[in-house]
Design a protein around this ligand. Structure first.
Ligand code: ARG
Length: 590
């Protein structure tokens, strides 16, 4: 595995060296190199530097140019422009040679991060006995993309699905099952699918809720049941386990539909920290981080106040002795930092839980569980809206079931694939169905990943499965087109020809291909998968322009055919890698 420096970093280094030579007394400075429309790159850093050195920026720019190596193989042309910018053009040879080095590497020459460590990613955390909705989709999709992206940069990633499998509602559920023992039995069938599991759970949930709200005696029995469960009563534990197992059948069926692999070992729900809760609270109380207030154990913050101006505490233990969501999250932090040795904790959770995490992180800092060496970050995501711009609800005002949305996306995408199929593409019915699923699920994931996570977005299937515009479908078709060109030419891997002159489209495509590693690094460092999504889309559009303007198999000379095939192949591999980091498949034929 050979990591390949990008042209941007090479040029940047050359300029930084020339800057130091021009201003030997100044501290090393960043030339601030950007891709540019005027030339390949523009460096904007000289202005600020000249100001500091009290020099004329255009003159300084000229001096820097003079300090650059004379017959450099990478730099073809540099001109001073405007108040002191540098416009830089690299040589065609440097582009093709750099890309050839990328093509020779399975990782496309992308380096590992220098400061790689261990990150725990908390994502895909549905709640037991409850239907999954679009909020769970976001956490799963964004979380899975971050896991892949971080792993690709060399980070050790530990996945944690912090499912809601603990809490007072289990008293009600278990008590109901004690009193109606056959309700989760499925008439003796030994295998149930996700839908059957969910509908049984739903029935039990609704029926027990009705009882709980209408029957005071049942309510009292349900409350006692929680106490028994938390005390480890075997019957209660066994029934609780049935709810968890049944829910997992359902969760796994949805994750499977989402084309996501979730492993049992990574599912450590709230219940997994039960044994730590008491100690967590004791440490907080003994150290004075938490104090008793109206019977509850609370942590207070100067800057967190309710609408009435009174401080809003984080409640770690309720006045009735029960532990809540916060106690579990604090215990999870102790586990993740203390036992799993994580340097970073990443939580992919709805922004509406931001206050909770702010208070939990601050509490953990005060308690010393989070130290300066540990970063805790909530990757908060916004709400999924309906086409009307309001939170996504069914016509009856209920939350939309995730499975229904996924099924509809698959159905629509399958229709698109079927319509585009013809003799030339030659897909069988099985392939249409398989590709339809990959396109439909990809479209849903891409729509979720392509806007910055914190923003709300509209769930619009028409737009998502469109062949044009910023969709995964567009990129998947670009990929399949390249694969079909490459199939026409046979198996041999195309060879780069650095001696050729490039067209404008070839250069634009090539320079963008060269930016893949930087984009991945940025997306990883800032937890911004949408940057990678934007990269992939731009790569597909640049390929489309290239393909429209530059004949590939019918190019002028055999060397040019070969070089263009080479660009095609590297584009396909980069698209494949980029989309796969986002959790999106690339069918070979469409
Ligand atoms: N189960 C929660 C929900 O559905 C999300 C859990 C988030 N993770 C955590 N460590 N609190 O809202």
């Amino acid at each position: 595995m050979a990591s390949v420096p990008s042209l941007a970093s090479t040029v940047n280094q050359r300029l930084a060296d020339a800057l130091s030579a021009a201003l030997p007394d100044a501290a090393p400075a960043d030339p601030l190199l950007r891709r540019s429309d005027r030339a390949d790159f523009q460096a904007n850093g000289i202005l600020a530097l000249a100001k500091k050195a009290k020099a004329n920026p255009r003159e300084l720019a000229g001096t820097v140019v003079g300090k650059l190596p004379a017959d450099d193989a990478v730099l073809k042309d540099i001109e001073v422009s405007g108040p002191g910018f540098l416009n830089i053009t690299v040589s065609d040879r440097a582009i093709v040679e750099t890309l050839a080095a990328r093509a020779a590497d399975a990782r496309l020459g992308v380096p590992y991060a220098e400061n790689a460590g261990t990150t725990v990613v908390d994502y895909a955390q549905p709640n037991v006995a409850k239907e999954m909705h679009v909020g769970h989709l976001r956490s799963a999709v964004i979380g899975a993309a971050m896991v892949e992206i971080l792993e690709f940069t060399g980070e050790k990633v530990i996945r944690r699905h912090h499912i809601g499998d603990w809490g007072t509602q289990f008293g009600m559920l278990i008590q109901y099952l004690v009193e109606h023992p056959n309700e989760l039995d499925h008439g003796g069938a030994d295998r149930v699918d996700g839908e059957e599991a969910m509908s049984a759970l739903n029935r039990v949930y609704k029926a027990s809720r009705v009882l709980f709200d209408s029957d005071e005696e049942f309510k009292a029995r349900a409350r006692d049941r929680v106490v028994q469960l938390q005390a480890g009563d075997p019957e209660s534990r066994a029934l609780w386990q049935r709810f968890v197992d049944e829910s997992k059948i359902y969760f796994y069926s949805v994750f499977d539909k989402l084309d996501m692999e979730i492993t049992d070992a990574d599912v450590v729900g709230e219940s997994g920290y039960n044994d730590m809760l008491e100690e967590t609270c004791r440490i907080l109380e003994d150290s004075g981080v938490a104090v008793r207030s109206e019977g509850a154990l609370c942590v207070f913050f100067d800057d967190v106040k309710g609408p009435d101006g009174n401080p809003t505490p984080l409640i770690v233990k309720k006045s009735n002795g029960g532990y809540g969501y916060a106690a579990t999250d604090l215990s999870a932090i102790r586990n993740r930092v203390g036992d799993l040795k994580a340097g970073t904790l990443l939580y992919v959770v709805d922004v509406r839980q931001s206050l909770h995490f702010r208070m939990v992180f601050e509490t953990a800092r005060r308690a010393g569980w989070l130290t300066d060496d540990v970063t805790a970050h909530q990757l908060g995501f916004g709400t999924v809206l309906g086409k009307d711009g309001k939170p996504f609800k069914t016509r009856e005002g209920e939350t939309v079931r995730l499975v229904d949305l996924l099924d509809e996306a698959i159905e629509r995408a399958t229709a698109v694939v079927r319509e585009k199929n013809n003799e030339k593409v030659g897909l069988s019915e099985d392939e249409i169905v398989e590709n339809g699923a990959q396109i439909g699920i990809g479209a849903v994931k891409y729509a979720d990943l392509s806007t910055s996570a914190a923003r709300d977005y509209k769930f619009d299937l028409d737009q998502m499965v469109s062949l044009n515009g910023d969709t995964s479908v567009y990129s998947q078709y670009a990929y399949a087109r390249i694969r079909s060109i490459l199939r026409l030419r046979g198996d041999a891997t195309p060879v780069a020809h650095p001696e050729l002159e490039l067209t404008a489209q070839e250069r634009a495509l090539g320079l963008h291909l060269d930016q893949f590693g930087e984009t991945v690094a940025e997306a990883a460092a800032a937890y911004e998968p949408h940057k990678l999504a934007a990269y992939v889309y731009q790569l597909s559009s640049l390929f489309t322009s290239f393909y429209a303007e530059c004949p590939v198999l019918k190019a002028d000379t055999p060397a040019q055919v070969e070089n263009r095939l080479f660009l095609c192949e590297l584009t396909a591999r980069t698209l494949h890698r980029g989309l796969s980091l986002l959790g999106i498949r690339t069918p070979e034929r469409l």
